[in-house]
Design a protein around this ligand. Structure first.
Ligand SMILES: [Cu+2]
Length: 155
């Protein structure tokens, strides 16, 4: 512990000597994640979508993946409309601009959970780990809401 503190102090001292061209180290968590939720699933349904709101920190970031012990697989999905039909497809990432909020909401971008071993039950909470390019891994708790739960307006 003592040694760590000494190293940290040395780091600070060196940083203060550095020329101004060196950018400051990014804060470890530069993205805030709020209001993560999913709808309860009927028996036999093995997919579900997680919605949440991301707010960027001082620097732009990008959500690049998600994982949860509650499903075999989690993917980032975007929704696009073609011939009047909404279709979802996997996406490589979701941009989170600095100081801006990005809502993953019904009818839009979401985190798809696949191969649920058992249905999501209203009232349960499960952990979800989000992977960001800059902020690294951020863990959140997802609240499962009743199937009829009316989401806040997405637009
Ligand atoms: Cu999907």
């Amino acid at each position: 512990m003592k040694r760590r503190a000494a190293v940290a102090l040395l780091g600070l001292a060196l940083a203060s000597l550095a020329t101004p061209t060196y950018a400051a180290e990014p804060a470890p968590h530069t993205v805030t994640v709020r209001d993560a939720w999913a709808r309860a699933t009927p028996p036999g349904m093995t997919v579900a979508a997680v919605y949440l709101t991301l707010t960027g920190g001082p620097r732009a970031d990008r959500l690049v993946g998600a994982a949860t012990p509650r499903a075999m697989m989690a993917q980032l999905h975007v929704v696009s409309e073609a011939e009047g039909m909404a279709r979802m497809r996997p996406t490589e990432g979701v941009d989170v601009p600095a100081h801006e909020s990005v809502a993953l909401a019904p009818q839009g971008t979401h985190i798809m959970l696949m191969d649920l071993p058992r249905p999501l039950v209203a009232g349960e909470h499960f952990p979800l780990t989000l992977q960001f390019e800059q902020a690294g891994k951020i863990g959140v708790s997802v609240e499962v809401r009743a199937p009829g739960a009316t989401p806040p307006a997405a637009h």
